[in-house]
Design a binder for this molecule. Structure first.
Ligand code: SAM
Length: 410
């Protein structure tokens, strides 16, 4: 399926309408296939403005937040950038479309390897991925023009500040889970930095030597009553909190000047969903009226050499149905035949007027009616539907037979 239009719509709805204007960022979001960065089976949610689980208790960030972080990093085509917290690889992939080179660190080996594979498949060759503790940065590749940290630290890690080049920008969420602020730290001199607050957010914790640890006093202060938190592996505090930290606020405090339409948008979607359900129900009702039992398309007349058969093609399970057989005038006895499949689909409750004789030949049942050279003979078979679902039955007049399909609603 061509996802270009869906991607364009996501950018329009969740990114540009919410104030992100950087053409480099929006163009990258229109280009990078986000559906390739979510677990199999979640592709249909790839373009919703929501974080999605990617395994290891981690998430791929909400598109709007990624766009906001990238825009606030003031990226340039010649920049060398570091991302801490590769996760699915989506943000690094976006960075790679905007800048010259991307270094990306992830502490979970499985996620790092998976992201690397995705970059290779997509032929994004300007990304280096490493497994490790990103709170210490990537000293050998420094200095960086920008550093994006996709997990929340207790305070801005010193190593990351030191690895910024002059004028370099560090975008990082800082704080406990319930009080995180997105910060931009700009290096203004050898030892001087300017810090700006970009609003409230909610990220998974940055776990490492210069970040949260399972025993970090601020971290443990957030979840004192959770058994096992102190003793748990550093990789699992968010799991210990029921995955709550794996989410980004659906409504992060937006930066100044960005109008928040989220509530209106959610109401609009709810109304849209209900409208679709009502429309589908109405459509089904109309279709059932047309094609359903008793509707103008529920019966079909089959023309054969010796006459015609008015046959029920749509009916309801366990309900009476009529099948009318019209014989053309003839001076010889007339024969109507059905097969075993017919008797599995319908049971014959009565024949009006009744047959003169019945016979079984080559697996078919034949009903014999007396000759009438003067006029048309009409025979009504009173049937009862037997088995729901799509069925086939063979009926015949004289030497001719037809296989006919019929549908019985459960
Ligand atoms: N940017 C990612 C994406 O686009 O999918 C989403 C990142 S997810 C919100 C945060 C990631 O940071 C997780 O994959 C987590 O394992 C990783 N992480 C946490 N602490 C880390 C650390 N000290 N070093 C490297 N990665 C870390």
């Amino acid at each position: 399926m061509d996802m270009t239009r869906i991607r364009d719509r996501m950018v329009e709805h969740h990114v540009t309408r919410r104030g992100i204007r950087d053409p480099g960022v929006t163009e990258a979001m229109r280009t990078v296939p986000r559906e390739k960065f979510v677990p199999p089976g979640s592709e249909e949610f790839a373009y919703e403005d929501a974080p999605l689980a990617i395994g290891e208790g981690q998430t791929i960030s909400q598109p709007f937040i990624v766009a906001l972080m990238l825009e606030k990093a003031n990226l340039d085509a010649g920049d060398t950038v570091l991302e801490v917290g590769t996760g699915s690889g989506y943000a690094s992939a976006l960075l790679s479309r905007i800048t010259r080179h991307v270094y990306s660190i992830e502490r979970h080996e499985r996620l790092a390897l998976q992201a690397k594979e995705r970059f290779e498949k997509l032929e994004y060759r300007n990304i280096d991925v490493r497994v490790g503790d990103g709170s210490k940065g990537w000293a050998e590749a420094a200095p960086f023009d920008a550093i994006i940290v996709s997990a929340s630290a207790p305070e801005v890690p010193t190593a990351l500040k030191e690895q910024l080049g002059l004028g370099g920008r560090l975008i990082i969420p800082v704080g406990r889970c319930d009080a995180q602020r997105l910060k931009r730290v700009t290096r203004t001199g050898d030892a001087t930095f300017e810090e700006e607050d970009l609003g409230g957010v909610l990220f998974v914790p940055l776990i490492g030597e210069d970040a949260w640890t399972a025993t970090h006093p601020m971290y443990t202060a957030t979840a004192p009553s959770l058994p096992g938190t102190l003793a748990s592996e550093p990789s699992s505090p968010q799991d210990a909190q029921g995955g709550g930290m794996g989410k980004i606020h659906p409504l992060p405090a937006l930066p100044e000047g960005v109008v928040d339409y989220t509530e209106f948008q959610q109401t609009f979607w709810a109304v849209q969903r209900i409208s679709w359900i009502v429309f589908t129900l109405l459509l089904l009702t109309c279709l059932l009226g047309l094609f359903g039992r008793g509707g103008p398309f529920s019966r079909q007349t089959l023309l054969l050499a010796d006459g015609s058969v008015d046959f029920p093609v749509i009916s309801r399970w366990n309900a009476p149905e009529d099948m009318t057989v019209n014989f053309t005038p003839s001076s010889e006895d007339r024969v109507f035949t059905i097969d075993a499949a017919f008797l599995q689909t319908f049971s014959v409750q009565g024949i009006d007027p009744p047959q003169k004789a019945t016979f079984v030949r080559e697996g078919r049942i034949g009903y014999v009616f007396p000759a009438d050279p003067a006029g048309l003979t009409q025979i009504v078979f009173r049937l009862q539907t037997q088995l729901p679902g799509p069925r086939r039955a063979t009926i015949g007049m004289g030497g001719e037979s037809r296989s006919q399909s019929t549908f019985i609603f459960p």
